[in-house]
Design a protein around this ligand. Structure first.
Ligand code: NAI
Ligand code: MG
Length: 354
C-alpha cells in the first residue's frame, strides 16, 4: 500500500509542528508496512503571498488535486497579511473546491491534560463531533437594504438540501456503527427554527432504520451545549449543521484541554477529492520561532489522516503513543506545564510508536 500526501506547512508554528507529524508518520509506516510519498508545497502561506501577490498559484488544484490527502499545518501571519485574505485564499478554497463536506473533530480527554471539567479523568470523555461543512446557516444568500437609515433591514438565508444533509448523516451513522457504543446524537433546534431544523430531524429519522444497530437521540442545541459540559460521557458521535457544528466542535475540545493538542479533519468521504488534516490551532505568532509549540495537535491529525486512508491500526497506534507520552510529565511541552520542546515531544511520540 502506498499513499501520496501533499504537505503544506504554511506559516508560523505550522513549519515547526508539521515536521514532527512527518516524523511520526515515518515511524508508523515502517512499523505497519505501508508506503507514504510526500510532495511539499510552499503555497497557502503568507510568505508565498508576499512573493506572488496571491495565496496560491492559479493551477493549485492540478498540483494537489490528485493526492490521497493533504497534511496541513497552519496559515496566517496577521502582521503582514490580513487574516481574511490568508484564510479565504487558502483553507476555505480547499474546503469548497474539494467538497470537504464533513468536518470531524475528536473530543477525547488525554492523560496529563487538565480538563476544565472537574472530576473527569482520561477514559471518561471520548467522542466525535461531525459538522456539516458546506451549506446550512453559512450561505451567502441575503442582503442589506436601506443601509444607515432607520428602515435598515438585513437578512441571510439558511440553505439545506436533501443531498447535503443525507450525506453528512450517512457519514455520522457509519462512524457510529464502527464504534463500540454505536450511539449517534443529532443537534437540532426544531422548536425555534421551524422550517429547516424540522427538516433536518426528518432526515435523521428517515435514515435511522438503515442503521438499526445504532442507538440515536437528539437534543436542542442550547441544552446540548450544557450537556457537553455537564455530561460529556453521554456522547459517542454527535452530528450537527454547519453553525451548530462550528460551536460544538470548539466547545468539545475546549472541555478536554488545550488548543495545542486538538486535531481536525475536513473530509470528502467519497475520495473524489483529497481530504485535509490539520491541527485546530493557528500559526501562533506569539510563540513561533521558539520551538516550544506543542506538536500533538499536528501528530493527532496525522492519525485522523491514516484512519481516512484505511490504515486503522496505524492510526490507533499513533493515538496510543500520544497517550503514553502525555502521561510522562518530562515529555510534555510548556503549554501543559512540561519542559519539553517541540522536537523532543515529537521524537518521544515517534519512539513510542516504534
Ligand atoms: P492560534 O491558535 O494561532 O493561537 C492562539 C493561542 O494558542 C496563542 O497564545 C498560541 O501561542 C497558543 N497556541 C496555539 N497553538 C499552540 C501549540 N501548538 N502549542 C502551544 N501553544 C499554542 O490562534 P490566533 O492567535 O487567533 O491566530 C494566529 C494566526 O493563525 C492568525 O493569522 C489566524 O488567522 C491563524 N489561524 C489559522 C488557523 C488554521 O490554519 N486552520 C486556525 C486558527 C487561526
Ligand atoms: Mg470555529
Amino acid at each position: 500500500r502506498r499513499h501520496r500526501i501533499a504537505v503544506i506547512a504554511g506559516d508560523g508554528i505550522g513549519k515547526e509542528v508539521v515536521p514532527e507529524g512527518l516524523r511520526v508518520l515515518e515511524a508508523v509506516s515502517r512499523r505497519y508496512g505501508f508506503g507514504l510519498e510526500y510532495d511539499h508545497f510552499d503555497f497557502a502561506s503568507c510568505e508565498y503571498y508576499l512573493r506572488h501577490g496571491a495565496m496560491m498559484p492559479a493551477d493549485w488544484k492540478q498540483q494537489i488535486g490528485s493526492h490521497d490527502a493533504i497534511f496541513f499545518g497552519a496559515v496566517g501571519w496577521p502582521e503582514t497579511v490580513p487574516d481574511h485574505i490568508s484564510l479565504w485564499g487558502s483553507l476555505i478554497q480547499f474546503r469548497r473546491e474539494f467538497d470537504q463536506y464533513v468536518n470531524l473533530r475528536p473530543v477525547k480527554l488525554m492523560p496529563g491534560v487538565p480538563s476544565p471539567l472537574a472530576g473527569r479523568k482520561p477514559g471518561d470523555i471520548d467522542f466525535y463531533v461531525v459538522r456539516e461543512n458546506t451549506e446550512g446557516e453559512y450561505s451567502s444568500i441575503g442582503g442589506r437594504m436601506f443601509p444607515g437609515t432607520d428602515r435598515e433591514i438585513v437578512m441571510q438565508e439558511t440553505v439545506m438540501t436533501r443531498v447535503g444533509i443525507d450525506r453528512v448523516l450517512k457519514y455520522a451513522f457509519e462512524l457510529a456503527q464502527r464504534r463500540e457504543k454505536k450511539h449517534l446524537t443529532s443537534a437540532t433546534k426544531s422548536n425555534g427554527i421551524s422550517i429547516t431544523m424540522p427538516y433536518w430531524d426528518e432526515r435523521v429519522e428517515a435514515m435511522a432504520p438503515q442503521y438499526a444497530d445504532v442507538r440515536w437521540d437528539k437534543y436542542h442545541i442550547d441544552i446540548l451545549t450544557a450537556h457537553f459540559v455537564q455530561h460529556p460521557d453521554w456522547f459517542d458521535v454527535v452530528v450537527a449543521s454547519n453553525l451548530f457544528g462550528d460551536i460544538l466542535s470548539d466547545l468539545g475540545p475546549a472541555c478536554t484541554g488545550t488548543i495545542g493538542i486538538a486535531p481536525a479533519a475536513n473530509i470528502n468521504p467519497e475520495r473524489v477529492f483529497p481530504s485535509l488534516f490539520e491541527p485546530v490551532h493557528g500559526s501562533a505568532p506569539d510563540i513561533a520561532g521558539k520551538w516550544i509549540a506543542n506538536p500533538v495537535g499536528q501528530i493527532w491529525s496525522a492519525a485522523l489522516m491514516l484512519d481516512h486512508l484505511g490504515e486503522r491500526e496505524a492510526a490507533a497506534a499513533i493515538v496510543s503513543a500520544i497517550e503514553r507520552v502525555l502521561a510522562e510529565p518530562a515529555l510534555r511541552t510548556r503549554d501543559l506545564g512540561g519542559p519539553a520542546g517541540t522536537i523532543a515531544c515529537g521524537q518521544a511520540i515517534a519512539d513510542a510508536v516504534e
